[in-house]
Design a protein around this ligand. Sequence first.
Ligand SMILES: [Cu+2]
Length: 149
Amino acid sequence: MLRRWVGVIGVGLMLLGLLAGRVDAIAAIAPSQQPPTEVRVHLSNAANQLVFEPAHLTFEAGKRYKLILDNPSSLKHYFTAKDFAGAIWSQKVDAGNVEIKGAISELELRPGTTAEWVFIPMKPGTYKLRCPIPGHTEAGMVGELTIAS
Ligand SMILES: [Cu+2]
């Protein structure tokens, strides 16, 4: 009789263990629910220098990020990263009162504006960033986005 109860409790604990493992697995495969790591990048600056600040950003594959872009200059600028866009899972972009879902590879920021890009880097590598407004890339408005494994 006692042996039988021990067996039933054992099976019960085993099932609980499996269930707990399954809950862990579900949590692990839902990085879209992770609180994002915030990273900030400025497109130019108050002195209108043609730079990204910082010009090099590193992300970890599989983690969720909120990249906050702002333009403190008096000119419009682009954040153009086509290959990077192909190496991430883009969840959304928040700009003003609009939320845009799906793949994004280029954002245009007018003076004094901000946008928030939420994504999960997927494919490790180093990808080019630039502002393609005529003269800006040439003047040094370029950068690198690295996805580390
Ligand atoms: Cu520019």
